[in-house]
Write a protein that binds this ligand. Structure first.
Ligand code: HEC
Length: 395
């Protein structure tokens, strides 16, 4: 019963998480596009009002005219739309999903003693610390290095390079502490935490101060705007890496192995390059060379993650041997009481029925046994492969 309730919690939280993430990223992409498509207005009336950039769009049967004011309009309107709950609810639903999926089953989903030997409770603490430390280091880099010669917010290139290096180191650390699948997810979650914290701790508080200053008739400190812009630029480039980190964790061939951290870095770099391509395109330019660069990074990941084929056995393999291997290596997680993905492997008929799946998962991709929890050997994989290749026959 508890397992069934967890299934529902999983589905409902995942649904919520995807909805909130679409709302957040959709809004964010829309504002980035609008900001990149601004033209200086020609109409003297707009210029007199302090409009610095405008963009026209047609959508859903109507025409829209966005105006961006240099600092703020002369008169602040009463109704000002703020966007932040999209970001907060994405983080909250994501953290809840992380808890239901990984923390509840920490002993098998978070901890692999061959990667790092610690207790489930310590691993949960480690995972939470990983998220928090990510923010402390990132925010520290932005605050300490993110200044130009006059002491204003700036130094974007230095900050970008340092943040990239930190993400590489953090990815390596996660892949040396947690099960590959959890490491990918946590790295995505760490970056998503930076994005949400940028909204909660920097962008929104800065905007509140600007609004308060304007309402009080004071000139707002331009550093609030600059800092907010710097953080939202980071958020834009981190978006696609976060999504690919969270999705690629479903693909065991990519998340397993001792060089899995390199696969994740390459994939995330591809995500940032793809985003860069679109940001430049919003500005009306095309840097087509970024497309092969992104494809090259993805191809490098595919090449890096390709499973090493098992050496084929020459002798035919009797079914009794297959049954023995499956019993020892698979049945613990694929039986009547506990059948992952609805796959049962606890009878000769079931083994024959799933012969192709066994070949795919355990021989070609080597994703099963999950994290090789049951310690299958390459000879055993080869034996399963040979039996399937010979027609998966039961005597
Ligand atoms: C430690 C537990 C564990 C062991 C041992 C294990 N599996 Fe699995 N298996 C899982 C889990 C968990 C899933 C679901 C994976 C997912 O949802 O991504 C799964 C899924 C599968 C699937 C379905 C994959 C799909 O995407 O449709 C097959 C087939 C499979 N396992 C075969 C095997 C074989 C063959 C073995 C033995 C060589 C094995 N498993 C050993 C845990 C295990």
């Amino acid at each position: 019963m508890e397992a069934y309730l967890l299934e529902w919690a999983n589905l409902l939280l995942r649904w919520t998480h995807v909805i909130t993430a679409i709302a957040w990223i959709g809004t964010s992409f829309h504002f980035v596009l609008t900001d990149d498509r601004l033209y200086r207005p020609t109409d003297p009336e707009s210029l007199a009002k302090g409009v610095d950039g405008e963009t026209w769009a047609v959508h859903g049967g109507g025409f829209y005219h966005f105006n961006k004011y240099r600092v703020a309009p002369k008169l602040l309107p009463d109704h000002l739309h703020w966007s932040y709950w999209e970001a907060y609810s994405t983080w909250l639903s994501g953290f809840a999903l992380l808890t239901v999926l990984y923390f509840v089953n920490a002993s098998s989903f978070l901890v692999d003693p061959r990667v790092f030997d610690w207790s489930p409770a310590a691993a949960i603490g480690g995972a939470i610390a990983y998220l928090l430390i990510g923010w402390v280091v990132y925010d520290g880099i932005c605050r300490l290095v993110g200044r130009d010669a006059e002491g204003h917010v700036g130094g974007d290139l230095k900050v970008g390079v340092l943040v990239f290096l930190y993400v590489c180191v953090a990815t390596w650390i996660a892949c040396h502490l947690f099960v590959g699948r959890a490491a990918f997810l946590l790295t995505g979650a760490m970056l998503a935490t930076l994005m949400s914290a940028n909204v909660a701790m920097v962008i929104i508080p800065g905007q509140r101060k600007v609004v308060a200053a304007l309402r009080a008739g004071r000139t707002p400190d331009p550093n609030h705007g600059r800092r907010g812009k710097q953080r939202s630029v980071h958020n834009t480039y981190v978006t696609l890496p976060v999504i690919v980190a969270m999705l690629s964790n479903h693909y065991g061939a990519i998340t397993q192995g001792s060089w899995n951290w390199l696969s994740l870095i390459l994939l995330m770099a591809a995500g940032a390059v793809i985003r860069l391509f679109f940001v430049i395109r919003h500005k009306g330019k095309s840097r087509w060379e970024l497309v092969p660069l992104a494809l090259l990074l993805i191809a490098a990941t595919a090449w890096r993650s390709a499973p090493v084929p098992v050496v084929a056995t020459t002798a035919a393999v009797p079914f009794a041997r297959v049954q023995q291997i499956v019993q020892a290596r698979c049945v613990a997680c694929h039986n009547a009481a506990y059948a992952n993905q609805n796959v049962r492997l606890d009878s000769p008929e079931a083994i024959v029925q799933h012969a192709r799946d066994i070949e795919q998962q355990a021989v070609i991709l080597k994703i099963m046994p999950m994290n090789n929890a049951t310690g299958i050997s390459d000879e055993e994989r080869a034996a399963l492969g040979r039996w399937v290749a010979d027609g998966a026959r039961v005597p």
